[in-house]
Write a protein that binds this ligand. Structure first.
Ligand code: PGA
Length: 260
């Protein structure tokens, strides 16, 4: 049995907010409101362009920063791209890879695996997103998740898995409300499957090292249950991370293990 860890709560700001001023305000509010919370690791993943300003505004260690993508090369002629090495230089510790919104734009698991290698090589932790489009009666979705996991972490050695975070995000649950999220007990079954897949690729010890997050309409109203019943190590939070009050409530619920 794995012992419960300090929950890792990752805010995926996506392409929000619209201005640097608004991003700085949101960051300030999160920083202030979460100051007394103990027992949670908080990671904020703003758009690339806000990272330098936000990391410069912060000297503490309670909040860590992440990006929402990275290229697989460290430098070179790749117009419009940003590398993991560049993100590391700005103070990022995490990089979300393979979010379903990026997979929908054509990103493949093979590409994600290359990016994950670069993120690890730069000393950062990849947060690799996987998840089915829909749930069918025959369980084809299980095979789809298996394929995404297998291909996306291909090439990562068993030791490095200790820095890898798998974010299970069923696409049908993203951007809705707590009622639409996956129920905790069903999440638990998926977490077991994810660890089984990693065990088959490596061994049990390696599978225990991987941290697993849930994402898809995590809100204060279900964060506690998702953690306790779902058996995940934390949450990847989209819309509920864009208001400091809501995000703070969610973190408190995750730490307590009961919903708000
Ligand atoms: P959501 O987004 O919390 O708004 O559902 C999660 C995500 O897409 O990472």
């Amino acid at each position: 049995m794995r012992t419960a860890q300090t929950p890792l709560i990752v805010a995926n700001w996506k392409m929000h907010p619209k201005t640097l001023d608004a991003a700085a305000d949101l960051f300030d509010a999160v920083k202030e409101q979460t100051v007394r919370i103990r027992g949670a690791h908080i990671v904020l993943c703003p758009p690339f362009v806000y990272l330098p300003e936000l990391t410069a505004m912060y000297r503490g260690s309670r909040i860590a920063f992440g990006a929402q993508d990275a290229h697989w090369e460290s430098t070179g002629s790749f117009t419009g791209e940003v590398s993991a090495a560049q993100l590391a230089d700005l103070g990022a510790d995490y990089v979300i890879l393979g979010h379903s919104e990026r997979r929908a734009m054509g990103e493949t698991s093979e590409t994600i695996a290359r990016k994950a290698g670069a993120v690890l090589a730069a000393g950062l932790s990849p947060i690799i997103c996987v998840g089915e489009d829909e749930r069918d009666q025959d369980g084809a979705y299980l095979a789809a998740v298996r394929q995404e996991v297998t291909e996306s972490i291909a090439g990562i050695g068993p030791k490095q898995l200790g820095r890898v975070i798998l974010a299970y995000e069923p696409r049908w649950a993203i951007g809705k409300g707590a009622d639409a999220a996956l129920p905790g007990d069903e999440l638990y079954a998926m977490v077991v499957l994810l660890r089984k897949i990693v065990t088959e690729m490596h061994d049990r010890a390696a599978a225990q090292r991987v941290r697993v997050l849930y994402g898809g309409s995590a809100e204060p109203a279900n964060a506690g249950t998702l953690i306790t019943r779902g058996g995940v190590d934390g949450l990847l939070v989209g819309h509920a991370s864009l208001r400091a009050e809501t995000f703070t409530e969610l973190i408190r619920a995750a730490v307590r293990g009961t919903d708000t």
